[in-house]
Design a protein around this ligand. Structure first.
Ligand SMILES: NC(=O)c1ccc[n+]([C@@H]2O[C@H](COP(=O)([O-])OP(=O)(O)OC[C@H]3O[C@@H](n4cnc5c(N)ncnc54)[C@H](OP(=O)(O)O)[C@@H]3O)[C@@H](O)[C@H]2O)c1
Length: 211
């Protein structure tokens, strides 16, 4: 069975995966770019230049063996994108996914085929149903849960995540979209490792026991 993986999900010390308010000009709210500075400094992100150290080792694993992604409506666009018929996501005409992407939303619309192999499918479905659709599209490959915090939390609560790579960034956000709410005791199901990077972030990996 293919795996369900989360990569590079960056959270503040108090567990927020995004600040607020999320707008077209400030997609991460008051967090700005601070949750992802560790990642955008890597060679895997920059392609030319960038660090080839610990952070890069994690970042370069992101796309390997992935055949489909599931993301939330909050990652796909700013609040209100549903009312914008021309909105095609943040990523331009050739998004970096290059696979089918299932966008969970209460406002479904027809599939949107982009350049480079990305097709967005907009579905209103429970996590297990969405995963079945993504698995079928991915074939033998793995499915990535791309975030945000709400969607990762729901999939984890449903027991559907096999591997979670979370990155704790040493900032305090105080409010926003929080990952861990309602997930009490989840650690019992996982082997957990943590590695502190010289960049200041801590990489946490949760690997489901018995995989
Ligand atoms: N820290 C990171 O590494 C990281 C990674 C990815 C994204 N982000 C950021 O995280 C923020 C978004 O996170 P978020 O937690 O606010 O939102 P989210 O998880 O992206 O999306 C949640 C929304 O998706 C829709 N949805 C979720 N489950 C559904 C279901 N089962 N059926 C139908 N619709 C469903 C609902 O939207 P509707 O009711 O409106 O349809 C829900 O409000 C953005 O700022 C994004 O940039 C951060």
């Amino acid at each position: 069975m293919s795996l369900v993986r989360v990569h590079n999900f960056s959270i503040s010390l108090d567990g927020f995966g995004a600040g607020e308010p999320q707008t077209e000009d400030t997609p991460m709210g008051h967090a700005g770019h601070r949750l992802h500075e560790w990642m955008t400094a890597t060679h895997a992100w920059q392609h030319t230049g960038g660090s080839r150290g610990v952070d890069n080792l994690y970042t370069q694993d992101t796309d390997t063996g992935i055949g489909a992604e599931i993301m939330g409506a909050g990652k796909y666009g700013y609040p209100g994108w549903h009312d914008d018929a021309d909105w095609t996501g943040w990523w331009g005409s050739n998004p970096p996914f290059h696979t089918p992407v299932f966008v969970l939303t209460h406002h479904p619309r027809p599939p949107l085929e982009m350049d480079g192999g990305t097709t967005f499918h907009f579905i209103d479905a429970a996590p297990a149903e969405a995963l079945a659709a993504a698995r079928e599209a991915a074939g033998d490959a793995d499915v990535r849960i791309g975030g945000g915090a709400t969607v990762i939390r729901d999939f984890m609560a449903a027991g559907l995540i096999d591997y979670l790579h979370a990155v704790v960034v040493p900032i305090v956000l105080g409010h926003g979209s929080r990952l861990w709410d309602g997930l009490e005791g989840q650690e019992a199901d996982y082997q957990i490792e943590s590695i502190c990077s010289p960049s200041g972030v801590t990489h946490l990996t949760f690997t489901r026991r018995g995989l």
